[in-house]
Design a protein around this ligand. Sequence first.
Ligand SMILES: [Zn+2]
Length: 349
Amino acid sequence: MGFGYFPAQVEGWYSGQLYPVLLTLRLWLTVWVPFSIGDLLYIFVSIYLIYKLIGSLLVIKKEGLKGVKLWRASAIILLVWISFKLLWGLNYDRLGAGHLLQIEQKAYSGAAVTSLVNELIDSLNSTRKQLSEAKIQVDTLPVGNPAPYFSWAQEAYQRAKTSYSFLPDKAPRVKATLFNPLADYVGFTGYFNPFTAEGQVRTDMPGLELPFVACHETAHMLGFASESEANLVGYLVATKSSNPYVRYSAYNEIFTYAQREQLSMMALQKDSVGFMGAVAQNRDRLDTLVKQDRKAVRRFFNRHRSSVAPIMSGVYEQYLFLNKQNAGLKSYDEVIGWLIDLKQKQLKK
Ligand SMILES: [Zn+2]
């Protein structure tokens, strides 16, 4: 819609002023309901669409294509697209978290990624030690009640507010998805509903995943549309938490991204010696308990992996391209670029 040419205006007028109001209005409507209204909406719309599709097919059979009101379907699609853009989607065109934090996505060296990886390993090891000392169990299997984990994410936002002034006074809370049984097929851990502004989290996955995914989805609720921004804000907030479980969850997630970037850079340069060396070094540096946790979580997702997920992630990739997220699914990994720049800026201070 051309708004991408005016990111400063979108940042100031839409993301900075109009969107917070639109969010508050929708939170008034949804916050009282313990389940996801957006999910219910999706169910009704799906049933309606199937009903309409069958109806249209019957009309085509009887009267041919001329009987179908194509203009009406097109008008509805256009209306949905405009609502999407106005209610949230314009946040894709803003200057965003990088601008607010005064950091950039610059080209970085393999050494910079390795240094970030090592730092994350140290953080993983030390928070894991704190958890063991406090006798807090790390959930590598689904938990019975996800509610406390969602509260921890909300508390993390409250605390992070003192460090990041762009965060709101009271952060919204995510909800459990109604679509857990679909998660393996679609391949999601959480998603945001741009119409109701609710963040949903898959709850039948290892409890260790919940705090970071909740922080990531909360960032989407607050208007950080791109995946890299949601990862960045989610990570910065989670690592400010006073709860070691929340920090551990975030370090674990971002370490996965950082290690993947480290290894893929070496693979691209055909540096097989460096690749094997990095794999061995990371394995040596990681605490045994951290390795155990990560292995158990990996085992859980491997057991649940379905052959449909790659098809669905292809659909989501198209959606990301449509919203100018040119890196597609790789845009999740772009958080590494932000973090390296943030680290370098902090060192200079
Ligand atoms: Zn996301």
